[in-house]
Design a protein around this ligand. Structure first.
Ligand SMILES: *[C@@H]1O[C@H](CO)[C@@H](O)[C@H](O)[C@H]1NC(C)=O
Ligand SMILES: *[C@@H]1O[C@H](CO)[C@@H](O)[C@H](O)[C@H]1NC(C)=O
Length: 293
């Protein structure tokens, strides 16, 4: 019968006998391949197996999660013509091997890709040029790599809407961040300022940084959700909130608030009647100073 989906989890595979077994299945209609938590011996051979080329043509979704993948060569990716979702999270892909997988951004590969997940790999730089030609790419998850810095400019595809850069050790952001973004996750980095204008941004997750102020709401006219807990905010005001035209939900607990009479009054009265809903139990908003409160 025709197989449309294959999932192999928690096993040892791709020794020779498995290769042969897969080779004999009718794979012409295969649309989804999931490999997860697999201990693959001699891994480098897997993506180069000849059968995978024919197998990959119709495939629309592939996940290879925690399979110790460290390289998918250009010769393989050029066959992934219909792939829409590629999840290679939790592996050991590095800058060089990502370049190789994307054919150095020079060839028309993975042109149907909408979602790419390279979370939790060994990347150390943000190389947007590898993705410029992916005109359908909407979601890019690069969280849990270690970037340390961001280039000053980038060339992302205009289609990019979701970018996850959480837990990537970034000390600052630049106008590398694309204007097309609707959802941006920068949680758990080392940011002290966030001031890049993103007019289409609807959701910003920026908790676990060192921001001393709420970002300027005028820069985020579409923002509906702001998650900024566990930063260095000492206070914010009604005006700060009003500057966000579209804000509906604010999560701002876990900050070292200075509880001046004004601020306490604002939080306990005005905020309750504000158009923005404050999420989290108010008890988790704690005065850091003065000591008396
Ligand atoms: C990417 O993979 C990680 C880890 O496997 C997962 O937690 C995350 O939700 C995935 N992201 C997307 C956008 O699918
Ligand atoms: C971003 O990635 C982190 C870690 O992989 C995950 O926990 C988080 O939910 C993702 N953010 C969004 C908005 O999906």
């Amino acid at each position: 019968s025709e197989l449309t989906s294959v999932a192999i989890e928690d096993s040892h595979i791709f020794k020779n006998e498995e290769e042969v077994r897969l080779h004999h299945i009718n794979l012409k209609s295969l649309e989804v391949i999931v490999l997860k938590n697999i201990d693959i011996h001699s891994f480098y051979r897997v993506p180069e197996l000849n059968f995978i080329k024919n197998m990959m043509k119709p495939v629309r979704r592939t996940s290879m999660i925690n399979t110790k993948v460290f390289a998918i060569p250009c010769q393989s990716t050029i066959h992934f013509t219909n792939l829409e979702v590629l999840d290679i999270s939790d592996n050991t892909i590095a800058d060089r091997t990502l370049m190789e997988m994307m054919c150095y951004g020079k060839e028309d590969v993975l042109l149907n890709l909408r979602t790419l997940n390279i979370s939790k790999n060994s990347l150390s730089s943000i190389n947007s040029k590898l993705f410029t030609r992916l005109e359908k790419l909407e979601n890019l998850d690069m969280s849990r790599n270690s970037f340390d810095s961001m280039p000053s400019t980038c060339s992302w595809p205009a289609s990019l809407k979701f970018l996850n850069l959480s837990s990537t050790s970034l000390p600052e952001v630049t106008s590398c961040l694309p204007q097309s973004l609707q959802i941006l996750d920068l949680s758990r980095n080392k940011l002290t300022v966030f001031n890049i204008e993103l007019p289409l941004l609807k959701e910003l997750y920026i908790s676990g940084n060192k921001l001393g102020n709420l970002p300027d709401g005028h820069l985020y006219v579409s923002l509906a959700v702001l998650s900024i807990q566990d930063n260095n905010l000492a206070k914010f005001s009604s005006k700060n909130l009003h500057d966000y035209q579209s804000l509906r939900v604010l999560e701002a607990a876990g900050n070292p608030y200075v509880c001046s009479c004004d601020f306490v009054g604002f939080v306990t009265n005005d905020l309750m009647n504000h158009k923005t809903v404050v999420r989290h139990d108010l008890k988790s908003y704690i005065c850091d100073s003065p000591d008396a409160v």
